[in-house]
Design a protein around this ligand. Structure first.
Ligand SMILES: CC(C)(COP(=O)(O)OP(=O)(O)OC[C@H]1O[C@@H](n2cnc3c(N)ncnc32)[C@H](O)[C@@H]1OP(=O)(O)O)[C@@H](O)C(=O)NCCC(=O)NCCS
Length: 147
C-alpha cells in the first residue's frame, strides 16, 4: 500500500477508476493532460499495483487548485481519501504553494466532510456550476504556516 506519483503509464487505470468512482467525469484526453503536464500534481493510492484512489491538482503561482479526489467505492471510509489529500497538500507545500482551493458540489456530503477534516472552509458559491444544475461551494485552505 503506497501513495505514488502517477505518470502517463497509469492512464488506463485512471480512466477505469474514473468510471467506477466518478461516473466517467473526465475523457482520456483530460486524464492524459493531468498526467503529463509538469505543473500538475497527480498522486495515486495503490495496492498490489491496483489503483484505488487519486488526488490531483494544478500549481498556479502559490496556489494549489485541486481538480479531483476519488477513491474506489469498495475501499471507502478507510482513510485513503484523507491520506491522499494530505499527501497532495504536502507535495504542493514542498513546491511553494501557500493556499489550496477547490470546488465541491453542495450536495456531496462525503467530499465536504473530507475537505473539512483537511481544514478547508467555504468562501463562496458558484450558482448552477455543474451540468445537473447544482451549486458549487468554493473552498480554501492555508497549507503553509503563516509567518
Ligand atoms: C470523497 C471521497 C474521496 C472520500 O474518500 P474516503 O477514502 O472514503 O474518505 P476517508 O475514509 O479518508 O474519510 C475521511 C473523512 O471524510 C469524511 N467522510 C468520508 N466519507 C464520508 C461519508 N460518506 N459521509 C460522511 N463523512 C464522510 C469523514 O469525516 C471521514 O473521517 P472518518 O472516517 O474518520 O469519520 C470518496 O467518497 C469518493 O471518492 N467520492 C466520489 C468522488 C468525489 O465526489 N470526489 C470529490 C469531488 S472531485
Amino acid at each position: 500500500m503506497a501513495v505514488i506519483t502517477l505518470d502517463p503509464s497509469w492512464l488506463a487505470d485512471c480512466l477505469a477508476l474514473d468510471r467506477c468512482a466518478l461516473q466517467g467525469l473526465w475523457t482520456e484526453d483530460q486524464w492524459r493532460r493531468e498526467l503529463e503536464e509538469p505543473r500538475r500534481l497527480c498522486l495515486g493510492w495503490t495496492e498490489d499495483m491496483s489503483l484505488l484512489g487519486v488526488a490531483c491538482g494544478w500549481l498556479v503561482a502559490d496556489e494549489l487548485h485541486i481538480t479531483v479526489v476519488a477513491v474506489d467505492p469498495s475501499v471507502r471510509r478507510r482513510g485513503h481519501g484523507k491520506r491522499l489529500l494530505s499527501a497532495l497538500l504536502q507535495r504542493a507545500r514542498q513546491q511553494g504553494a501557500i493556499h489550496a482551493t477547490l470546488e465541491v458540489a453542495n450536495h456531496n456530503s462525503a467530499a465536504i466532510a473530507l475537505y473539512a477534516s483537511g481544514g478547508f472552509q467555504s468562501a463562496g458559491t458558484r450558482t448552477k456550476y455543474y451540468s445537473d444544475g447544482s451549486d458549487a461551494l468554493i473552498q480554501w485552505c492555508r497549507i503553509s504556516p503563516s509567518k
